[in-house]
Ligand binder design. Structure first.
Ligand code: ADP
Ligand code: 5GP
Length: 204
């Protein structure tokens, strides 16, 4: 059986990664990895859906047990991708999307070179500010910190396979969905099984 494909989605905070990934889950029936974090839940976020919220000690315990596929310190909080659930989904042949920061993405590049890396960009910095402010969960200082980091992050874009500007939401979702579908049509080792079957079917 074919394994599912692993997709990594990164981009500045507020660019719309979470919004796009949620739409993709419904549209393509893919698995979204739920990260573990030490940050506090935002209003409206749901334990086990948005994140698993843990203390620093609990995070360290999972880390020491080798339970993370990758992890990083982002804006003063720890975030990590639980290894076991991602591996199980991939083994079942399901595609998995990781919505993670660049530090985590670079770790995945080393450990899973076949993963596909997608960078989500905002249409402008003023729109990015508007989206972060609109979320209503960050102080002015935190917003400025996220905007400053956004500029640094875009310099990593050449480490990614695709970039999608999230201007009009439906258009951005369509584009990321098209990338996921196209990746399933890559010429890869798996296709030789099908070609072998053609040969077996032919009477000789
Ligand atoms: P991220 O996951 O990248 O931090 P979110 O998905 O939380 O970003 O989006 C940040 C805010 O911007 C949310 O309030 C979301 O509803 C809004 N948003 C996302 N995409 C768009 C878009 N294409 N147009 C307008 N607002 C958007
Ligand atoms: P937020 O606090 O806005 O939900 O997320 C802050 C940043 O952490 C975002 O860039 C998000 O993609 C990233 N992030 C979320 N989960 C993970 C994870 O498991 N690993 C890493 N490396 N980054 C993550």
């Amino acid at each position: 059986m074919y394994e599912g494909l692993l997709f990594v989605v990164s981009g500045p905070s507020g660019a719309g990664k979470g919004t796009i990934c949620k739409r993709l889950k419904d549209k393509l029936n893919i698995d979204l990895s739920v990260s573990i974090t030490t940050r506090e839940p935002r209003p409206g976020e749901v334990e086990g859906v948005s994140y698993y919220y843990v203390s620093k000690d609990e995070f360290t315990k999972v880390l020491d047990e080798g339970g993370f596929l990758e992890y990083a310190l982002v804006f003063g909080n720890y975030y990590g991708t639980p290894k076991e659930s991602v591996m199980q989904s991939l083994k079942k042949g399901r595609d998995v999307v990781l919505e993670i920061d660049i530090q985590g993405a670079m770790q995945i590049r080393k450990t899973s070179p076949d993963a596909v890396f997608i960078f989500i960009l905002p249409p402008s910095m003023s729109e990015l500010r508007k989206r972060i402010t609109g979320r209503g969960s960050e102080t002015e200082d935190a917003i400025n910190m996220r905007l400053g980091k956004a500029l640094k992050e875009v310099s990593y874009i050449d480490k990614y396979d695709y970039c999608v500007v999230n201007g009009e939401l439906n258009e951005a979702v369509e584009r990321v969905a098209a990338i996921i579908k196209a990746e399933h049509s890559r010429v890869s080792e798996d296709i030789y099984d099908l070609i072998k079957m053609y040969k077996e079917e032919l009477p000789c």
